[in-house]
Design a protein around this ligand. Structure first.
Ligand SMILES: Nc1ncnc2c1ncn2[C@@H]1O[C@H](COP(=O)(O)OP(=O)(O)OP(=O)(O)O)[C@@H](O)[C@H]1O
Length: 524
């Protein structure tokens, strides 16, 4: 994160320079305002030129402040754009095992809510805090210039104000984290309920799910309330301390004027300069508290951004064997899936993996596809006698296809959904074998019309996405589960047409005639 932020040092420095300019012009305006008052009191003839000088400074201040706001916004939006880009790239470069260890909503929350919090609670305050500090410094410096004793007294009062304004920072940090966490939980529930809309409706369980939703939303809104309240409270407390401080400073100023240490005009200048001290100081304390709230969010970004180097060897030659040796694997402490399991798959042969539901058929495919790390199982999984953990994952996925049911679609035609933006050669014979007519391939599958594609058709789309490319190994996970007998036979015919590859089919089909077509049937 810090690296991305540092990359935008130029706009940040520019913003700092402009904030110095704005503070200096504000101080100049305050001093000139005092001279205008003194001119009036002394009935000087130079009144018009003093007013004009004052006006020029105000216009200058406005232009510089406008530029500051523009550059600050640019700095913030450029950083946000880069953070999001890096997050997207990092998520896509994650190893399968790392990605699936977190929920989709965890990532979604980081791309949305946490990005917003990064902007409001860190990047914007980060620019403003410097402007706040500089404004306070220049204004106090100018007061020193008017009268150093007055300046010294103001510094004392300011320091006390800053110290008191820090108090709510710790609570603010806690409430921000709670708000972010509750947002992720909320996203999870709402996302799931929307996905399950049809089931909820058809089962008539809307009321139950409404209650579940309200429970979760209640937690979320409570955390939002605490977050907003504590943030506002911090701001109001800052204002409260600042009012007291201004009152104290003003009293000190009047006392100096009464003693004749400063003129009435300079007293007015000093009082106006107090705006350049206390508003920014109050903002500074508030911004500092805000910036302290995002440390957990930053850690979360860093966690996503941290990329294990995608290292590993390429698979030498085309894949001729996959061996599983003495595999022990369990979920949690007691759900044993494999114990001393051995299997060997060879090029040119077809394998059926059968077994009752929940035995671990898909888990076996996922182990080969590195969904689980080597620290999660014992034994060895080898491709061409190379341990899969030493193999570059992307190379594995280039050579091994794992075809499973999924609901990933892009807006476009069925053909676009098979091709998924890849430049592929025409596959008319494959489409013909899969019974895809031209009218079907051109059919739109956009948001809203997805229900117009049947489950069996979707299943064939899933299969076609992989069959259009050349792989050494093809693992089909229940390729015919939603297909009629005739289409199932077409799919099996297609599968058995595949030559010179390792073909593994996870299936519930148990008719002997189909199973007999495989070279080996592995029963789990
Ligand atoms: N990430 C996980 N955490 C905990 N348990 C899991 C996880 N993934 C799967 N399981 C459990 O492990 C068991 C094996 O799952 P798997 O999907 O491999 O079964 P399967 O043999 O393919 O079943 P089916 O034929 O029903 O698809 C199941 O009981 C499943 O509930």
């Amino acid at each position: 994160m810090n690296k991305i932020i540092k990359n935008h040092w130029l706009t940040y420095i520019l913003a700092v320079i402009l904030s110095i300019g704005s503070a200096v012009l504000f101080a100049m305006f305050s001093v000139r305002l005092g001279t205008v008052v003194d001119v009036v009191i002394n009935q000087d003839v130079d009144f018009a030129s003093k007013i004009l000088a004052c006006l020029k400074v105000v216009i200058g201040w406005f232009i510089v402040s406008l530029l500051f706001t523009y550059i600050k916004s640019k700095n913030v939006s450029d950083i946000i754009r880069d953070v999001k880009k890096d997050l997207y790239v990092s998520v896509n470069k994650k190893e399968m095992k790392d990605y699936v260890s977190k929920s989709n909503e965890y990532y979604l929350n980081n791309f949305t809510k946490n990005i917003d919090l990064l902007q409001t609670n860190y990047l914007s305050p980060r620019c403003e805090i410097v402007a706040n500090f500089i404004s306070a410094l220049v204004s106090i410096g100018t007061i020193f210039f008017i009268n150093w004793k007055l300046g010294l007294s103001f510094v004392g009062v300011s320091l006390v104000t800053i110290a008191l304004s820090q108090l709510p920072g710790v609570i603010m940090a806690k409430k921000t984290n709670e708000f972010s966490e509750e947002s992720a939980n909320y996203l999870k529930v709402i996302n799931n309920h929307l996905k399950g809309f049809e089931q909820i409706k058809l089962l008539g369980v809307s009321d139950i799910f409404l209650r579940k939703y309200l429970d979760r939303d209640n937690q979320y809104e409570k955390s939002r309330f605490s977050y907003i309240f504590v943030s506002r409270l911090a701001n109001d407390l800052g204002l409260f301390f600042s009012f007291f401080a201004q009152l104290a400073c003003m009293s000190i100023g009047v006392w100096f004027a009464l003693r004749g240490d400063i003129t009435v005009g300079l007293l007015i200048s000093a009082i106006n300069l107090l705006n350049g001290v206390f508003n920014p100081l109050q903002q500074l304390a508030y911004n500092k508290n805000l910036m302290g709230t995002v440390s957990d969010i930053m850690k979360s970004f860093d966690e996503i951004l941290s990329r294990e180097k995608n290292e590993g060897q390429l698979i030498q030659n085309s894949i001729s064997t996959i061996s599983i040796k003495d595999l022990d694997f369990k979920f949690g402490e007691d759900k044993i899936i494999f114990e001393g399991f051995n299997a060997r798959f060879e090029k040119g042969k077809t394998y059926a993996i059968v077994g009752e539901s929940g035995r671990g058929k898909s888990t076996l495919a996922k182990l080969i596809m590195k969904y689980y790390g080597s620290d999660q199982y014992r034994g060895e999984i080898q491709v061409n006698n190379q341990d899969i953990n030493t193999i570059l994952s992307d190379d594995l996925y280039k050579k091994v296809a794992y075809i499973q049911r999924n609901d990933f679609y892009i807006d476009g035609s069925i053909k676009n959904n098979i091709e998924l933006y890849r430049r592929l050669e025409a596959n008319n014979s494959l489409y013909g074998k899969l019974k895809f007519k031209d009218s079907f391939l051109d059919k739109p599958i956009e948001e809203g019309s997805r229900n117009q594609v049947s489950t069996g058709e979707k299943q064939r789309i899933d299969i076609a996405r992989f069959l259009v490319k050349d792989y050494d190994v093809m693992i089909f996970d229940e390729p015919t589960s939603n297909l009629d007998k005739e289409t199932s036979e077409i799919i099996f015919d297609l599968i058995f047409e595949i030559k010179d590859k390792i073909v593994i089919v996870i299936t519930h089909v148990n008719d002997e005639s189909t199973l007999n077509r495989f070279d080996q049937v592995i029963r789990l």
